[in-house]
Design a protein around this ligand. Structure first.
Ligand SMILES: Nc1ncnc2[nH]cnc12
Ligand SMILES: [Zn+2]
Length: 325
């Protein structure tokens, strides 16, 4: 089994329909408007974000969040993941009355449990939600910068990238950068190349969430390649959300061919009927990647991970051993 790593998964988006239904039963909430036949139901990006929020509202206590995190990490570890970074959203926690501190500590408890059971290493990337507005994103950045939690190593922004100008969010990224956090931002998913370019110019991130629509601009592709920006590509998310009509038309192979550093991730796996291991399978079956190229995806993820250098070296050594085996 090729060792895997994930850089782009939203923890609230990783909740399986079965777990959400169990939570719904616990809290006496009807979820039939967005979960039926053990599957999420929504029909476009806006209704997806709504279903995502409704599911998130059913995680209300530290133990709810610890269980969600433990389940997600155990599952990907079983499929060969040695490292995972996931997005957290203090905004979502505050909506159910959990402080950012207890939310983060609950997630960390799930991470510790999963690590002791499987050995999987993981870190948290605190995100602000773009369509909630700049003030909330600054609040998330301030939390990330000041929480002092050793497992919080990055800051990012998710949500609808078509909302607001990049400059509206510059201060949030300045706060996170000054605190020494790794930076990533969703761009080039529903926005075109100009959205990726302004994200690079304004935030100076080392990674872009998605970034795939950069392919529409040759000069931008060249810049991404030259600057070594790592793309957190989520192929099945892009198909299910309609960014591309068929996997044969997905630009990951072309981006790789042009010299961009690409990785694969699952984004919100049960919403998109995918998993980290399915994304690797798609790379193999639809993009024609051999085992060496699959391992290179993992290596790029580890190289771009928001971890201390001792942890990175240890993870890279595991990959070296796997490539010699
Ligand atoms: N695919 C996605 N794009 C933007 N924001 C998100 N939040 C959760 N999933 C997302
Ligand atoms: Zn995402």
């Amino acid at each position: 089994m090729v060792p895997k790593a994930e850089l782009h998964c939203h923890i609230e988006g990783a909740a399986s329909p079965a777990l959400v239904m169990a939570q719904a039963k616990k809290y006496g909430v009807d979820v039939s408007s967005f979960i039926r036949d053990n599957a999420y139901h929504w029909n476009d990006f806006t209704s997806f974000l709504k279903a995502y929020d409704r599911a998130a509202e059913l995680f209300r206590t530290p133990e709810d969040y610890a269980l969600l995190t433990e389940n997600y990490l155990r599952e990907i570890a079983r499929d060969g993941a040695i490292y995972a970074e996931f997005f957290t959203s203090p905004d979502h926690a505050e909506r159910v009355g959990l402080s950012p501190e207890s939310y983060t500590e609950a997630l960390a408890e799930g991470m510790r449990r999963a690590k002791s059971e499987t050995g999987i290493e993981s870190r948290m990337v605190v995100t602000g939600v773009r369509h909630v507005g700049a003030e909330a994103v600054v609040k998330a950045a301030n939390f990330a910068a000041n929480c002092g939690h050793p497992l919080v190593t990055g800051f990012g922004m998710a949500g609808d990238e078509r909302m607001g100008a990049a400059s509206d969010f510059a201060r949030a990224f300045d706060i996170a950068r000054e605190a020494g956090l790794g930076l990533t931002v969703h761009a080039g998913e529903f926005g075109g190349p100009e959205s990726v370019r302004s994200a690079l110019d304004t935030f100076a991130p080392t990674r872009i969430g998605h970034g795939v629509r950069a392919i529409e601009d040759d000069a931008l592709v060249q810049r991404i390649a030259e600057e070594g920006i790592v793309l957190e590509v989520c192929p099945i998310s892009n198909i299910v959300l309609g960014v591309y009509d068929r996997i044969e038309n997905h630009p990951l192979p072309a981006l790789k061919e042009a010299g961009c550093r690409v990785t694969v991730s699952s984004d919100d796996p049960p919403h998109f009927h995918t998993s980290l291991s399915n994304e690797y399978d798609v790379a193999k079956e639809h993009f024609g990647f051999d085992d060496g190229e699959l391992l290179a995806l993992t290596r790029t993820s580890v190289e771009a991970a928001f971890v201390d250098e001792a942890t990175r070296t240890r993870l890279l050594e595991r990959l070296n051993r796997a490539s010699e085996a």
